[in-house]
Design a protein around this ligand. Structure first.
Ligand code: ATP
Length: 517
C-alpha cells in the first residue's frame, strides 16, 4: 500500500493549499484531535475518512473557524492564519458546504446567494452576472432566477457550492456531500469537482462512502481516534484496506443470510392517500405489506412522499383515506405514543428534532419516547438507576464512543448519536421497526454492526419499513425494494438482482419519463 504521506511532505510549498500542523483539540473527557498533520495539495480533491467520532468534523470546523484548536498551526497558501470565525475563514478563501442545506425555499437562487454578501456585487444585475459567470465557469448549471423550492436535491447542493464560490472560496470543505444524492447526481457532483480542480481550486471531502472516495479523491487521509494515521494514494488501496486502516484491525467477512420472511403480516398499509391542498397528492393510494421477518426498503429521491408515509404510519399525520393495521389491530387513528408502546420502534429522519434532546445526558435520552416502559420506570416513577444501567449496556453493545453516559447527546459525534438512537429503539424488542435513514452519517464498520443487529431481530420476526437514500443499504438489507415517485409506489424490485443504477433510474423517473417531485 503506497502512502503519499512522505510525498506530501515533499510537496513544494507553492503547491500547498492548506497545511494543518500539530492540531490538537480537547473537549471535556475527550481528545477530539491529537497532533493532526495534513498537507493538502492545491488543485486536488483531498478526502478525509475515519470512524464515527474519529474527529473529522472537529478538524473541519477548526479549518472553518467554528472551533479553535488548543494547539497547532494552520497555513493557507503558505501563510499562517489565525481563524477566529467563519468570517476569518472566508477571508482566507475557505468555504464550507454543510450536509444540511441552509437555503430559503421561498427565495430565488439569486436572493439566496447574495443574502449576507450584498456588498460584493450588489443585489441586482451585477450579482446576476457574477452568478452566471461562476455557474458557467464550473459547469454548475445554476440559474439565478429559479425558485429554490422548485429545485431538486442535487441542484440545491450546486447552489450551496456556488454560494461559497461567490464569496471567493478557493478551498471548499464538503461534509458528506453524497449522502443525499442518487447515483446519477453523485456522478454530476464529481464532474463539478473535476471542473473546480481544473481551475486550480481545492476540495476537502468528508465521506463514509469509501467506494466514492476512491473514485473522486487524489489523496486520502485516514484519521483514527483523533489522529492522522496515513495519507494514501487511492490508486494503491481497496475500500476494504481503507476501512481496515480506519478501524486499525482486520474486518470480518460478511455472512450471507437465508431469507427469514414469514407469511404473518406485521404491518399492512391499505389505500393510503394524503393530499396537500389543491396540488398533486403527496401519497397516492399506497398499498404495502410487511411480513414478520421481512425488511421492505423504500427508495426515492427526497421529497417524493417517503417522509409523509413514515409520519402517517407513526400517527404524526392523518391520512385522507386508507387504513393501517399492525398485526390484526387497526391503528389508523392511534397516537404516536400508543403506536410506539404497542411495539413499533421508530428511527426518525431528523435525529436532532425528533429523536434526541441534545442538551440532556445520554441516559435521559435513553428514556425519551419510552418513559412509560421498563426499565425506565418503577411503578409510576422514573427509575433513573435502571435507565442509567441500561444506557451503559446500549453504549457497550452498540459501540457508542463516549467518555460516559453523563455527557450531553449534543456532544457526541453524529454517527454515535445515531448508534444510541438505534440501540434505544431496538431495546424494546419492537415487532415492527420504522427506520428512516438508520445509518446516515454512520461509518462502514458501525453500519455493518447496525445491519447485524437489525438482521438478528429480523430472524426473531421483526418486520422493517426501511427508508434510505443509501442504495447499498437498501440492496444489502432489504428483502423487497419498492420505489416511491410522486407519492406512488412502484412494483417490487429484487435486491439480489437489481443494480443501484436501475434503482436510480426508477427513482428519477428516467425509466418511465416521469420526473421526481
Ligand atoms: N462540542 C463538543 N463537545 C464535546 N465533545 C465533542 C464536541 N464536538 C465533538 N466532540 C467529541 O469529539 C470527538 C470527535 O467528534 P467529531 O464530530 O469530530 O467526529 P467525526 O469523525 O466527525 O464523527 P462522525 O463520522 O460520527 O460525524 C467525539 O468523541 C465527540 O464526542
Amino acid at each position: 500500500m503506497a502512502t503519499t504521506a512522505s510525498a506530501a511532505q515533499a510537496v513544494p510549498q507553492t503547491e500547498v493549499a492548506v497545511e494543518l500542523h500539530g492540531i490538537t483539540k480537547r473537549f471535556p473527557g475527550v481528545v477530539a484531535n491529537h497532533d493532526v498533520e495534513i498537507t493538502v495539495r492545491r488543485g486536488t480533491v483531498h478526502a478525509i475518512v475515519g470512524e464515527n467520532g474519529a474527529g473529522k468534523s472537529t478538524l473541519m470546523k477548526i479549518l472553518y473557524g467554528v472551533q479553535r484548536p488548543d494547539e497547532g498551526a494552520i497555513a493557507v497558501n503558505g501563510q499562517q492564519v489565525d481563524l477566529h470565525s467563519p468570517t476569518d475563514a472566508i477571508k482566507a478563501g475557505i468555504g464550507m458546504v454543510f450536509q444540511h442545506f441552509m437555503l430559503a425555499d421561498n427565495l430565488t437562487v439569486l436572493e439566496n446567494v447574495v443574502l449576507g454578501a450584498e456588498k460584493l456585487h450588489g443585489i441586482g444585475g451585477g450579482a446576476r452576472k457574477e452568478i452566471e459567470r461562476i455557474s458557467q465557469a464550473y459547469g454548475l448549471g445554476v440559474r439565478p432566477g429559479d425558485l429554490v423550492a422548485d429545485l431538486g436535491v442535487g441542484a440545491r447542493q450546486r447552489v450551496e457550492i456556488l454560494k461559497v464560490l461567490y464569496r471567493g472560496a478557493k478551498i471548499l470543505i464538503l461534509d458528506e456531500p453524497t449522502a443525499v444524492l442518487v447515483p446519477q447526481e453523485v456522478d454530476e457532483l464529481f464532474d463539478n469537482l473535476a471542473e473546480l480542480k481544473a481551475e486550480g481550486l481545492t476540495v476537502l471531502f468528508i465521506s463514509h462512502k469509501l467506494d466514492e472516495v476512491l473514485k473522486v479523491a487524489d489523496d486520502i487521509t485516514v484519521i483514527r481516534r483523533g489522529t492522522t494515521v496515513q495519507t494514501v494514494d487511492p490508486k494503491s488501496v481497496t475500500a476494504r484496506q481503507l476501512a481496515e486502516l480506519m478501524v486499525g484491525s482486520e474486518l470480518p467477512t460478511p455472512q450471507t443470510e437465508e431469507s427469514t420472511v414469514t407469511d404473518t403480516v406485521a404491518l399492512e398499509i391499505r389505500d393510503v392517500t394524503l393530499s396537500a391542498g389543491a396540488g398533486p397528492k403527496v401519497l397516492d393510494d399506497i398499498d404495502l405489506t410487511i411480513h414478520a421477518g421481512e425488511v421492505v426498503g423504500i427508495a426515492g429521491v427526497e421529497g417524493n412522499g417517503q417522509a409523509e408515509l413514515v409520519e402517517v404510519v407513526m400517527g404524526m399525520r392523518d391520512a385522507d383515506a386508507g387504513r393501517i393495521r399492525f398485526g390484526d389491530v387497526d391503528i389508523t387513528d392511534w397516537h404516536t405514543r400508543e403506536i410506539r408502546e404497542a411495539g413499533i420502534g421508530y428511527i426518525p429522519e431528523d435525529r436532532h428534532r425528533h429523536a434526541l434532546l441534545l442538551d440532556a445526558p445520554l441516559w435521559e435520552n435513553r428514556i425519551l419516547g419510552h418513559q412509560t416502559e421498563e426499565p425506565n420506570i418503577n411503578g409510576f416513577l422514573i427509575d433513573a438507576k435502571d435507565a442509567k444501567a441500561d444506557t451503559q449496556r446500549i453504549v457497550d453493545q452498540y459501540d457508542v464512543r463516549t467518555p460516559s453516559i453523563h455527557v450531553t447527546a449534543g456532544s457526541l459525534s453524529g454517527g454515535n448519536q445515531q448508534k444510541l438512537i438505534i440501540g434505544r429503539e431496538m431495546s424494546h424488542a419492537p415487532k415492527v421497526l420504522v427506520a428512516a435513514h438508520p445509518t446516515r452519517g454512520v461509518d462502514v464498520g458501525a453500519q455493518s454492526a447496525i445491519w447485524d443487529h437489525i438482521r438478528e431481530a429480523r430472524r426473531e420476526g421483526l418486520g422493517v419499513l426501511l427508508i434510505s437514500a443509501d442504495l447499498d443499504e437498501l440492496i444489502g438489507l432489504s428483502d423487497t425494494i419498492r420505489v416511491i415517485l410522486r407519492g406512488r409506489l412502484s412494483g417490487e424490485f429484487d435486491p439480489d438482482s437489481v443494480t443501484a443504477e436501475q434503482l436510480g433510474a426508477a427513482m428519477t423517473g428516467a425509466d418511465t419519463k416521469e420526473e421526481p417531485a
